[in-house]
Design a protein around this ligand. Sequence first.
Ligand code: CAA
Ligand code: NAD
Length: 282
Amino acid sequence: MGIQRVGVLGCGLMGSGIAEVCAKAGIDTTVREVNAEFLEKGMGRLEKSLARAVEKGKLTAEDREAATGRLHGTISDEDLADCDLIIEAIVENVEEKCRTYAALDKIVKKEALFASNTSSLTITELAMSTGRTDRFLGLHFFNPVPVMKLVEVVRTLMSSDEAVAAAFDFVRAIGKEPVAARDNSGFIVNRLLVPYLLDAIRAFENGVGSVEDIDKSMQLGCAYPMGPFRLLDFVGLDTTYYIANIMFEEYRETRFAPPPLLKKMVMAGRFGRKSGRGFYEY
Ligand code: CAA
Ligand code: NAD
């Protein structure tokens, strides 16, 4: 099951990174957005990232040209019909994801694999919106995708051995390191990371320290590359809020519950880096 053509749904923070690594690995890549404005914005982010890689000497100008030649943007599902693999990285909302998969299932060739980059939804629930449950998996990438090595490969009770093997091969072919994760909300990483990030907000709410001092403490005291508030702003407070709600709904454990401050910041449009303001200003 060789993967030569990939379709990426969503050209936000994650979709643009996933499309970039696929194109750099020699794969013909088509990214689909909801409208021309979002597509232009996402492709702009992707081009900036490729330009940065050239400036830093990580990519030659010729390789960037070649990668750009393999990248196509679209707002039409029909352009994904011939893909061997679809990787979905749209908003963390089960209805929106299921609606999107159900529509694509009718268009994309039957033998193609479908994968979701969801942070917190179960793959089983998403797979059930299609007629290809045996070829449906989780492929969970990490932000920033061009830098982070890990991809969690998530199989469900229905995934075939062939689909799982093809997913592992694909992850290695794009230069990432796969791990096998069970289809539990949050898989491996977010099951551990999300309570930590939410706890940092609760610590701040309880007056344990300032945003800056909590960040400095985790960076200088534990050598984390970013403190929790920088990381929350980086991931997106909107996305974190959706993830917390989904994980709390799934496990009914208070460690996954979204703190009131997170909810208020999202209501106020403070989504982090992507909106120019979160716990910090950008
Ligand atoms: N795209 C491409 N490359 C990037 C990048 C981006 N958005 N951001 C940084 N880089 C590259 C830089 O070019 C640089 O490369 P070189 O070392 O080769 O020059 C390298 O990463 C380091 O960058 P900087 O020197 O600019 O900054 P830094 O040392 O502070 O590193 C960072 C930035 C890599 C983001 C680092 O802070 C980090 O690892 N942070 C933690 C990220 C993390 O935890 N991610 C997981 C989030 S959770 C998730 O993804 C799951 C989920 O479902 C929510
Ligand atoms: P984002 O808000 O940056 O981007 C989402 C993009 O999807 C937007 O550009 C939006 O226009 C587009 N979109 C929405 N509905 C669409 C549809 N039906 N078809 C095509 N495009 C559509 O979000 P993000 O941070 O990239 O997150 C995307 C997914 O990846 C979510 O499931 C999230 O949980 C997951 N994820 C996020 C991170 C992170 O650190 N932000 C890390 C790993 C996984």
